[in-house]
Design a protein. Structure first.
Lengths: 113, 114
């Protein structure tokens, strides 16, 4: 039982390149969230999903796209990476109807040069 | 709208002395509140959560927090700091009106000196 798995764990991109971060969960949780962490700013919500086939914008969605074609996977895409997207990205999940049972992935450290 | 303010960006204590990390929240609902800890280059670990069952919440590693509705506070305390407590701590509120999105404070970095 892996819980929440984020891949890759580390990545260096050149400005303008694209990539996809994968969040995979094996807990059948309805809700999934993507956050970015920057020094002095805590974690900020990028996008989230409340079920298969649904996505919604969070606090800082610009420059990112997401998809949730399968319930267990939540993908975060960067179409044209910028240095401002250098950050640590965390995925979180929550069972539908729960208020407390969050599970976090271990994070992806992305550097855009 | 929900929000969280951590009143100190850095706190420094000596080993064996008490720890106090301050957090104020704003919520339109009866809030769900959490404290998470992050050690350097590590992921997030849940310290404790307020579920409205009791105002004094005990967590792992000797930490506890008290929910004070009148003061809209949820301060984290520990009677005696250990060197291993050096980390960044986040106070978090759940946005119950918005699909339980977690709203993080900016964090407090705790340094523990010998």
């Amino acid at each position: 039982n892996a819980g929440v798995t984020q891949t890759p764990k580390f990545r260096v991109l050149k400005t303008g390149q694209s990539m996809t971060l994968l969040c995979a969960q094996d807990m059948n949780h309805e809700y999934m969230y993507w956050y970015r962490q920057d020094p002095g700013m805590g974690l900020r919500l990028i996008h989230y999903s409340v079920g298969e086939g649904t996505t919604a914008k969070g606090e800082v969605p610009d420059g990112y796209n997401v998809s949730r074609l399968k319930k267990q996977n939540f993908l975060l895409g960067l179409e044209s990476a910028a240095p401002s997207q250098t950050s640590v990205y965390f995925c979180a999940t929550l069972p539908g109807g729960s208020r407390y049972g969050y599970t976090f992935g271990s994070g992806t450290r992305l550097t855009v040069v | 709208a929900q929000s969280v303010t951590q009143l100190d960006s850095h706190v420094s204590v000596s080993e064996g002395t008490p720890v106090l990390l301050r957090c104020n929240y704003s919520s339109s609902y009866s809030p769900s509140l959490f404290w998470y800890v992050q050690h350097p280059n590590k992921g997030l670990q849940l310290l404790l959560k307020y579920t409205s069952a009791a105002t004094l919440v005990k967590g792992i590693n000797g930490f506890e927090a008290e929910f004070k509705k009148s003061e809209t506070s949820f301060h984290l305390t520990k009677p005696s700091a250990h060197m291993s407590d050096a980390a960044e701590y986040f106070c978090v509120v759940s946005d119950k009106g918005g699909y339980n999105k977690l709203i993080f404070g900016a964090g407090t970095r705790l340094a523990v000196h010998p």
